[in-house]
Design a protein around this ligand. Structure first.
Ligand SMILES: Nc1nc2c(ncn2[C@@H]2O[C@H](COP(=O)(O)OP(=O)(O)OP(=O)(O)O)[C@@H](O)[C@H]2O)c(=O)[nH]1
Ligand SMILES: [Mg+2]
Length: 437
């Protein structure tokens, strides 16, 4: 079935002064409206991945929060990361080293697969001297970028496993004061390499007022130190509806997220079983937006901006790392290599060549014209001189004739004044003629 032809008055918008986009209504169903469905099917078949790193001092509830976020025991909640990572030999030493551990899990929800990689850094902040605590973490982020860069440079790049860290959840101790130098040094070292999401851990240990003051102080510190936290790009442009923009603004206003974690179920006031923490004075619900910011964090990390986190990792953070790395290696992009493939440069070159050709032709034509003009001028000059000399010649001739005539005239006049001889008789004349003969 074809739909009726809509009057296809072209409307033009001009994103670029020279490029005109003509919007037309179609005459029938072509089928590209199906693109999102195709994309959807392909994505579901391929599945999704998320590599998230948790960093924070021991006992801040990192394991519990990850398990609460994905509603599954991703990390073992029995033993502390710190204990499991510290061998006997190491525990004897005064200084505890930061280790990096990575756990991969495949989880599924309504037929959609998510390969989740959780990277932890047990031992962070546990040394006597924590000034270098950030180093193993930065090295881990860099080495993941390096593997990706190496994979990209291989001849066969068909399957590249993306192990880059897409988000780093940084757990801040709920002291209620302000950031510690450990927090600042870590965040400063990683904020240009990962999407940083700061979290106030175990927020149930603070009152609402304390949380709000603590948040203000953390934000002030972050701003003062020039630390960038994750913000989705262009989330408030015209492509999103007002409701989504408002929701995103609300989520972002909660940074740093003051969260609680619990995989245990408790009975709430309505008698419903919900995940939460039970206290002598009552319960605190994990997913209740009035109790803590857990839902906002989950919204940002999984429900709304998982793809955005990955895109920013790839397009901004990794790209910066990559170009910096190549520059350090002395490799700089030589644009001239790509010139012949660049249609714009090619066009410019052809235009310049054409213009040079035109200019040459014009110069040649001018020279020919000049030559012709000067030849004509010379010819004219010659004929002018010729005319002049002929004129002079004629004038001289005429002058001479006038002179001759005037002499004749004088002679004649002289003759006229002389006494007249009597006319000779015709007979005599005749006889003289005869005589001469
Ligand atoms: N009050 C409170 N306690 C919590 C919260 N989340 C976890 N806990 C408790 O804190 C303790 C440590 O939690 P974990 O999740 O193991 O902490 P962790 O950061 O993984 O610790 P390490 O693995 O040792 O670094 C456990 O007893 C948890 O029950 C929370 O939001 N509030
Ligand atoms: Mg843990």
């Amino acid at each position: 079935m074809t739909t009726e032809v809509q009057s296809a008055t072209p409307t033009t918008t001009a994103p670029h002064p020279e490029v005109k986009i003509i919007k037309k209504k179609l005459n029938g169903y072509v089928g590209f409206a199906n693109f999102p469905k195709q994309w959807h099917r392909k994505s579901v078949r391929r599945g999704f991945t998320l590599n998230v790193m948790t960093v924070g001092e021991s006992g801040l509830g990192k394991t519990t929060l990850i398990n609460t976020l994905f509603n599954k025991e991703i990390l073992s909640s029995k033993d502390s990361e710190l204990e499991s990572s510290t061998t006997e030999d190491e525990s004897k030493e005064d200084d505890i080293k930061v280790k990096i551990k990575s756990i991969e899990h495949e989880i599924e929800e309504d037929g959609v697969k998510l390969t989740l990689n959780v990277v932890t850094a047990p031992g962070f902040g546990e040394s006597l001297n924590n000034t270098d605590s950030w180093k193993p973490i930065v090295e881990e982020i860099n080495s993941r970028f390096d593997s990706y860069l190496e994979a990209e440079s291989r001849i066969n790049r068909a399957i590249i496993k993306d192990s880059r860290i897409h988000a780093l959840l940084y757990f801040i101790e709920p002291t209620g004061h302000s950031l510690k130098s450990l927090d600042i040094s870590l965040m400063k070292q990683v904020h240009e390499k990962v999407n940083l999401i700061p979290i106030i851990a175990k927020s149930d240990t603070l009152t609402d007022e304390e949380i709000s003051d603590f948040k203000q102080r953390i934000l002030a510190d972050i701003q003062e130190q020039g630390i960038k936290t994750f913000i989705p790009v262009d989330y408030d442009d015209n492509t999103e509806d007002d409701e989504t923009i408002l929701k995103t603004k609300e989520i972002l206003s909660k940074i740093p997220f003051a969260v609680i974690g619990s995989t245990k179920e408790v009975k709430n006031l309505e008698g419903k079983l919900v995940r939460g923490r039970q206290y002598p004075w009552g319960i605190i619900e994990v997913e209740n937006e009035n109790h803590n910011d857990f839902s906002y964090l989950r919204q940002l990390l999984i429900r709304q901006f998982l793809e955005e986190l990955k895109e920013q990792t790839s397009n901004v953070l990794y790209e910066n790392y990559r170009s910096e790395k190549l520059k350090k290696m002395g490799i700089e992009q030589d644009d001239s290599v790509f010139r012949e493939f660049d249609p714009l440069t090619r066009q410019e070159e052809e235009k310049a060549l054409h213009e040079a050709k035109l200019a040459k032709m014009e110069a040649e034509m001018k020279a020919v014209f000049q030559q012709k003009v000067s030849e004509k001028e010379k010819k004219l000059q010659r004929s002018e001189a010729d005319l002049f000399s002929r004129h002079k010649e004629m004038k001289d001739k005429l002058g001479k004739q006038i002179k001759l005539l005037e002499e004749k005239k004088v002679q004649l006049e002289k003759q006229k004044t002389l006494p007249q001889e009597p006319p000779v008789a015709p007979a005599a004349q005749k006889s003289r003629k005869g005589f001469l003969r």
